[in-house]
Design a protein around this ligand. Structure first.
Ligand SMILES: [Zn+2]
Length: 328
């Protein structure tokens, strides 16, 4: 998908420049740099207009490429993500959405963050705010509105053996694994390790969507399936959905043998219930590289791949990274 560029992109500075700032403000040239993955600029809505700057006589204003806010979509589903990029001469920034803050990471042509929407986040129009610092140390705030669209979750009934149920119901086993994953998924590597499009990591039939609520051995449906499941024969190759660094390749109790890839900027992909891994922790992988083989390890009722995506600790619908509904 390639959203059309909306003309008339403008930029404004908030009050509070350092005294004597010799910044030349020109009419907006609409910097034409692409966002980090090649998506075009969409729209910037200013919140405060700029007072006329003062140029101190005898000084030469330093030209600054104005910041532009680039967002991948104005409509995002629950469990979707918005790629937020800011181009221009900026040194850092923070995106804020739905009460969460995302430090911008350095990309090849911009600074970016994958802003997440959780399964139960409120639907409707929500403000997106990005505070950035320019190379001359001045601060700029950009904002826009993104509409969160409701997702209707499906329900699945699962049957586990006594042994599996025992493992599942041992709260310490589940809690320890979740805590470890939360620590990994909550990290932010401030550089871009992903590139280009995302790909489905295995050839197989979709057997359980992200977000599905579960009834286990007849229990009341609860929770949300944190990944996307594909049924495939044991030994089927699993490839990296995108480039990044392997941060986990080991055996866990619930998710079985698992690989996690850090894609930078707080975004991770996880691959669970594997029969074997082909990578080691710390290794850099390219998009499409074989990283493991499908298996039936951990709490699993048959050979399949459980594929997770997480942005700064929030599990997201991985298929929205490949079906275009996130706008990238
Ligand atoms: Zn699963």
């Amino acid at each position: 998908m390639s959203p059309a560029r909306v003309p008339g992109v403008r930029w404004w500075f908030l009050p509070g420049f350092a005294a004597g700032l010799s910044l030349l403000l020109t009419a907006c040239g609409g910097a034409s740099a692409d966002s980090d993955d090649g998506i075009r600029v969409t729209l910037v809505t200013p919140i405060v207009s700029n007072p006329t700057p003062t140029v101190i006589p005898g000084t030469t204003p330093t030209p600054i490429v104005p910041p532009e806010l680039v967002i991948s979509t104005f409509e995002v589903h629950q469990a979707g993500a918005v790629l937020v990029s800011v181009t221009g001469d900026i040194t850092g920034g923070t995106a804020s959405f739905l009460g969460r803050n995302y430090k911008l990471a350095k990309g090849s042509q911009s600074m970016f963050a994958f802003v997440a929407v959780d399964t139960e986040d409120p639907v409707g129009p929500q403000p997106l705010r990005v505070d950035v610092t320019l190379k001359n140390s001045s601060k700029v705030t950009l904002q826009d509105t993104v509409h969160v669209v409701r997702t209707d979750w499906t329900v699945d009934s699962l049957e586990f053996t006594d042994e599996q149920t025992q493992a599942l119901l041992d709260p310490k086993v589940v809690a320890d694994e979740l805590a470890m994953l939360k620590t990994i998924y909550g990290g932010v590597t401030p550089e871009k390790l992903w590139t280009g499009a995302w790909q489905v990591p295995v050839m197989g039939a979709l057997t359980a969507r992200y977000g599905e609520q579960r009834s286990i051995n007849g229990s009341v449906p609860s929770g949300h399936h944190g990944g996307t499941d594909f049924g495939a024969a044991e030994g089927t190759p699993v490839v990296a959905t995108n480039s990044g660094r392997v941060v986990l390749a080991r055996q866990l109790k619930v998710r079985g043998t698992m690989v996690i890839i850090d894609h930078g900027g707080g975004l991770f992909s996880g691959y669970a219930h594997l029969s074997k891994t082909l990578v080691t922790e710390g290794q850099l992988v390219a998009s499409g590289d074989p990283i493991a083989e499908v298996g039936n390890t951990g709490l699993s009722t048959g050979a399949h791949l459980h594929w997770e995506m997480a942005s700064q600790g929030i599990l997201l619908d991985a298929l929205r990274f490949t079906d275009g509904t996130n706008g990238f």
